[in-house]
Design a protein around this ligand. Structure first.
Ligand code: ZN
Ligand code: ZN
Length: 491
């Protein structure tokens, strides 16, 4: 493996090592003036295709070998696919980590559990804040998503300005936090943005993603239908959704109990940073068991059928404090993440065995996605007007659909990103840096939307191949790692 030269002072490079061609384990690098900036460092969770493997991470060797040139890591938000690998991989870099207060609070808890508390320099940035990271001048733009404090990053360099969207949607009523900063995006549209590196998760979904406010209204209505215990399964990190369940419970004179460790952890982090305040206190799992059935709502982890989660244990009658009985109801305020169908089916079978009524997003509108559907993507391009669109955060079909949409939105050039393939954004016309190609499964050179993007460059550049670290946790043993091409894995 030859090594890439240091990025020149007139160059702006983009290199994704995770999250481009898959949904999960995001790791993005920007190179300029001899330095690298990392945006996000996430994990993917193993599924039935990876038996015994819990956590999968991007292979960071490319940047590990250049750690002296890495100015730091900026975390866009607190989802696992954006910060989950920090506790596992930070020691390889030893660099500062920038994050907004809620993201920092979540990260501190994770670091505490892995014995790294106090060692990782976390630099808190206020919402809409600006800071300098080596030759990168960074400004946060508040967007909306399915967790507090999702940020896009404006990355300004001497070679051009990039908007890195992070995960986002345009929710006019996010319920927790401010709506997306449309004015800031419109101002960027006047600033000759070189490239928009953007979320592709729902690039195949027509229309608009919908609003958390509509889900709240539906939950309030739905709670009125049940006379016994109600359990709501949702992602713990969706703090607006948790608040909506509290509002639905209040409207029907119920107390809310948090069931599951990650639920309690997120609520702590949220309350510490000013969210979920002014609400009645949550009751403990223990006390929930003593309240009349019609006075209780349970907020549970386990919407994806995770066998050790609170809801799976309750469904198996294996939870020490909480039970469900015939006539109780479980609302899945969540979507089925592809790959989890069987686990969720098994969970719902266990619940059906208990004679519990099950409500899912297929039955009632109890969930909205946190990612932009096509109308929202189009609006983003109309506002920001970048010269180049770089779709990331999606499987290949999402990236390609997003690239085509960007072209329909009059973006002059769209280049679908691919893990391990460096894109030179400047100087000159953007191009996939030649010599970096990792053969794809189809043997077709990937990464360029137009032929001119893929032309050979005079400078041969290579990055470490798109490899995936898989960690297998066994009782009594430390993590073992096996390496396979990430092309073999997409979820
Ligand atoms: Zn994500
Ligand atoms: Zn996210």
């Amino acid at each position: 493996m030859a090594s890439v030269g240091r990025p020149g002072s007139d160059e702006l490079l983009f290199l994704p090592l995770g999250g481009a061609g898959e949904i999960g384990m995001n790791l993005n690098l920007y190179g300029h003036a001899g330095k690298w900036l990392m945006v996000d460092l996430g994990v993917t969770f193993g599924d039935e295709a990876t038996p015994g493997i819990e956590v999968i991470m991007p292979d960071p060797r490319f940047i590990e070998e250049r750690r002296e040139d890495l100015v730091g890591i900026v975390l866009t938000h607190a989802h696992e696919d954006h910060l989950g690998a920090v506790p596992y991989l930070w020691e390889r870099f030893g660099c500062p980590v920038w994050a907004t207060p809620f993201t920092a609070a979540v990260l501190r808890r994770k670091l505490h559990e892995t014995g790294l508390a106090g060692r990782v320099p976390i630099l808190e940035v206020p919402l809409s804040g600006r800071f300098q990271a080596g030759p990168f001048e960074i400004e946060l733009v508040t967007l909306t998503h399915s967790i507090p404090e999702p940020n896009a990053l404006v990355i300004r360099t001497g070679a051009g300005t990039v908007l890195h969207s992070g995960d986002w949607k345009f929710d006019p009523e996010p319920l927790v936090g401010a709506p997306s900063d449309i004015d800031a995006l419109r101002r960027l549209g006047e600033q000759n943005i070189l490239a928009l590196v953007c979320d592709s998760t729902n690039a195949l979904v027509a229309g608009h993603s919908g609003s958390e406010a509509a889900v709240r209204e539906e939950l309030i209505r739905l709670f009125g239908r049940f006379n016994n215990r109600i359990a709501v399964a949702c992602f713990a990190s969706n703090v607006a959704r948790l608040e909506s369940v509290v509002h639905a419970a209040l409207a029907h004179d119920r107390h809310v109990a948090l069931v599951g460790r990650s639920m309690r952890r997120i609520v702590e982090a949220a309350q510490e940073t000013g969210y979920l305040t002014g609400l009645p206190p949550f009751v403990s799992e223990h006390d929930a068991g003593y309240l009349p059935r019609e006075k209780v709502a349970l907020l549970c982890t386990g919407s994806q059928g995770e066998p050790r989660s609170a809801l799976a244990r309750i469904a198996r009658n294996d939870h020490p404090q909480v039970t469900l009985e015939p006539g109780d109801a479980v609302i899945f305020s969540s979507r089925v993440i592809p790959g989890n169908e069987k686990a969720i089916g098994a969970l719902q079978n266990d619940l059906a065995r208990l004679d519990v009524e099950i409500v899912t997003a297929e039955d009632e509108p109890v969930h909205v996605s946190g990612h932009p559907a096509r109308e929202e993507l189009a609006r983003m391009y109309q506002l920001v007007r970048p010269r180049i669109a770089i779709p990331v955060h999606g499987e290949r079909r999402h990236l390609e659909a997003h690239a085509r949409l960007a072209e329909e939105c009059q973006v002059p050039l769209a280049i679908a990103a691919e893990n391990g393939r460096m894109i030179r954004l400047a100087p000159g016309p953007a191009e996939v840096a030649a010599g970096l190609s990792i053969p794809s499964r189809t043997g077709r050179p990937l990464g360029a939307r137009r032929r001119r993007c893929a032309r050979p460059s005079r400078r041969s550049m290579r990055a470490s191949g798109p490899m995936t670290r898989r960690s297998r946790r066994r009782r009594g043993s430390r993590c073992a790692a096996i390496f396979t091409p990430s092309a073999a894995r997409s979820r």
